[in-house]
Design a protein around this ligand. Structure first.
Ligand SMILES: Cc1ncc(COP(=O)(O)O)c(C=O)c1O
Length: 353
């Protein structure tokens, strides 16, 4: 349930990201009551329960609780690749574009981009694979992002995932799923997270986005891989102690906040519809599959994206610019349908001024 009814008028409608949610009272209660121990010693019962539950939900043998989606992805790169190897990703992949250059810096990998727009198919992957030739880096890993953040929360079609996986196996490549928002993909497709993750050797998933937990992600995979990942997490400084307080929030979110993602998707669609009615805005509601709305300002618009962001912020609506004319709004459990109507009205008024 959205909680904006209780939002003070001074609190903005924050559509910058689904990471901005604050723990609900019930989630805080679950955190306060969590049993804890030292997780680096393997002694935290709440973390152990979360790891078991995550492995089961994602259909893998084991899972590791980590502080962030970035750390989960970076551990996956370190797990699957050696220095100099190439990771094949869709355009704008989070692990390439939004992780501060960590892949090249820590894992020593380069990225090869497959297709355009984030999603790709097996034929595009075939074309992108490097031939066996000492001039080229060795393609080692294919990383798929589902849902795809920069592509506007698009769902990766499972038929493409399966064909990509078959080709990757044939060529001896490993497969990682950046499933930061796999929970959204599951709700949007009616497939279980385990079905979505089945073709992959490893999968990362976040609790701190649409699920509304304050901190935490998981990396799931085979037993041996996750045992190595545990050491890599320690090397990266991600070993946490009484992390059960955080695991309790994630467990609460898995139990109570997955089905409600449907509301976020409906709200995103509503926002896209309202935006598509505003003169000077390019927005395609049919492309909004989950909780992210990408939109553009048409060339004749009176302002660029940064100016629009500043002007709507002054009226209590927060969104992000993703390019000179490109913007993004994200729905989550702290905004409801009334907030969306109000946010869209403010955007329309500012653009019409
Ligand atoms: C697709 C995707 N992967 C990974 C991450 C990284 O998560 P974190 O911010 O927890 O490092 C994000 C964050 O937005 C994301 O959208």
């Amino acid at each position: 349930m959205g909680r904006s009814m209780s939002r003070p008028m001074s609190r903005p409608i924050d559509l910058r990201s689904d990471t901005l949610t604050r723990p609900t009272a019930a989630m805080r209660e679950a955190m306060a009551g969590a049993e804890v121990g030292d997780d680096v010693y393997g002694d935290d019962p709440s973390v152990n329960a979360l790891e078991e539950r995550s492995a089961e939900l994602l259909g893998k043998k084991a899972a590791l609780f980590v502080p962030s989606g970035t750390m989960a992805n970076q551990i996956a790169l370190l797990l699957h690749c050696g220095r100099g190897d190439e990771v094949l990703v869709g355009e704008g992949a989070h692990c390439m574009f939004y992780e501060s250059g960590a892949g090249p810096a820590w894992a020593g990998v380069s990225f090869g981009v497959v297709g355009t727009g984030g999603l790709f198919d097996a034929e595009q992957l075939r074309a992108a694979l490097k031939p066996e030739n000492i001039h080229f880096p060795q393609s080692r890993l294919v990383a798929v992002e589902n849902t795809h953040n920069r592509a506007g929360g698009r769902v990766f079609p499972q038929s493409d995932v399966e064909a990509i996986a078959a080709l990757a196996r044939e060529r001896g490549l490993a497969l990682h799923l950046d499933g930061a928002r796999i929970w959204n993909a599951a709700v949007a497709t009616g497939r279980s997270p385990a079905q979505l993750a089945a073709p992959f050797d490893s999968v990362s998933a976040c609790f701190s986005k649409g699920l509304g937990a304050p901190v935490g992600s998981v990396l799931a995979g085979g037993r041996e891989g996750i045992a190595k990942a545990r050491r890599l997490r320690k090397m990266l400084g991600g070993g946490m102690r009484q992390a059960g307080i955080l695991a309790a929030a994630a467990l609460y979110a898995l139990d109570h906040h997955r089905e409600r993602l449907r509301e976020d998707h409906d709200n995103a669609r509503l926002l896209a519809e309202r935006l598509s009615e505003v003169a000077g805005v390019g927005c395609e509601p049919d492309r909004v599959e989950t909780n992210i709305v990408n939109f553009t300002l048409e060339p004749g618009a009176r302002m660029d994206a940064e100016e629009l962001v500043a002007r709507v912020r002054a009226k209590g609506v927060l969104i992000n610019a993703t390019g000179v004319r490109a913007l993004r709004a994200v729905t989550h459990l702290d905004v409801d349908g009334d907030d969306i109507e109000r946010g869209a009205r403010v955007l329309g008024e500012v653009l019409g001024e």
